[in-house]
Design a protein around this ligand. Structure first.
Ligand SMILES: [Zn+2]
Length: 356
């Protein structure tokens, strides 16, 4: 089977001086951990914070993609970029780990199809339409409801992405935006990282109606390992811990990653977060089972959100722990074929379908 993580924010860590060739302490992703976890391919998303707009958003995406490509090139003997499902399979046969590129937040496009083309040419294969705020493309699930769904530009972007054979990612989008995309897109779409709202009420999660809608159009819904998406009880635990107020030490560390005191402060908060009672692998598989029940086994995948989250599910602290998921799925009675589909086969099928 080919294992594919449909979403992580690795490039954000690459520009914070993390060398992905090394097995880094307190890191959720690096190349040695991917190899140990049997992860054949991972989408490295260039995450553009909602606070960046205009040229700053585009420049930030370019900077992250440059750094991801530089670090992949520096590990040419063991890692390679992939631009399609066939590329992932070829790399695997050659013993190489695949990195695929995405952009998280279409603000980087500045409403320009030329920029869409530039990013596509350099290998970007999906664009996550929104992030935490409404943008020029449409409404976010955590936004103000500016457009009531897709914006006028968003309505032009969807057919253009279809035409250019780019995958549309609706993670972070408002329900209304996702409905609009489903009505407009002539190709399958992806929801690369989140969970099921029927099991946990987080706004980032998908209601069954949209899980079904994405599946009916041939797409894929990918389950994340982020505790607040998995379990409402953890949201309360985190609030009661008082740690939320201290998460700003991460910003200090990000601004000055070479400062040992700032690094130590962040690592101390990391240790306290990991000591909290957290949902574990079984809870992730609860969400996978629910999504399979609603969408069918051909429309579910895994998209961790590693490197974009301050805390992970217990037992999946970093990408080397991936096999724990397959062990739990086997215990629940998933067949080898079904595990293989969910582990990566379904996402690869959608990537191919978008190119046809
Ligand atoms: Zn995200």
């Amino acid at each position: 089977m080919i294992v594919l993580d449909a979403h992580c924010d690795a490039p954000s860590q690459m520009v914070r001086l993390r060398d992905f060739a090394l097995d880094n302490a307190f890191a959720q992703v690096d190349f040695p951990k991917m190899a140990r976890g049997g992860v054949d391919a991972s989408f490295f998303a260039a995450y553009v914070p909602a606070a960046l707009t205009g040229q700053a958003a585009t420049d930030w995406a370019r900077k992250l993609l440059d750094e991801a490509q530089r670090q992949v090139a520096a590990c040419a003997g063991s890692v390679a970029l992939a631009r399609c499902a066939g590329g992932v399979r070829r790399n695997r046969r050659a013993g190489l780990t695949s990195v695929l590129l995405g952009i998280e937040n279409a603000s980087a496009l500045q409403e320009s199809f030329d920029l869409l083309q530039e990013f596509h040419r350099r290998g970007v294969r999906y664009v996550t339409l929104t992030h935490s705020a409404d943008n020029q493309v449409g409404d976010s699930c955590t936004g103000q409801g500016t457009w009531g769904g897709l914006s006028p530009f968003g309505r032009r972007l969807i057919p253009e992405m279809n035409r250019r054979r780019m995958l549309i990612d609706v993670a972070h989008a408002a329900d209304s935006t996702i409905r609009d995309v489903l009505a407009l897109s002539e190709r399958p779409i992806a929801y690369t990282h989140g969970a099921c709202r029927a099991l946990a009420s987080h706004r980032r999660n998908l209601p069954d109606e949209l899980i079904r809608g994405i599946a009916e159009r041939g797409g894929v819904v990918c389950i994340s390992i982020y505790p607040p998406f998995l379990d409402d009880a953890f949201v309360r635990t985190l609030a009661e811990s008082g740690l939320e107020a201290r998460l700003s030490v991460e910003d200090a560390f990000i601004k000055d990653p070479a400062d040992p005191a700032k690094r130590a402060a962040w690592e101390a908060v990391q240790r306290e977060l990991q000591a909290l009672p957290r949902p574990g692998v079984a809870r992730i598989v609860d969400h996978i089972e629910h999504a399979v029940g609603v969408a069918g086994v051909d429309h579910v995948g895994i998209g961790t959100d590693y490197d974009g989250i301050e805390v992970t599910a217990a037992g999946l602290e970093d990408v080397s722990r991936f096999p724990a998921l397959w062990d739990e799925m086997r215990r629940r009675g998933f067949s080898r074929g079904d595990i293989s589909r969910i582990a990566g086969g379904n996402f690869l099928r959608v990537l191919s379908a978008v190119r046809k």
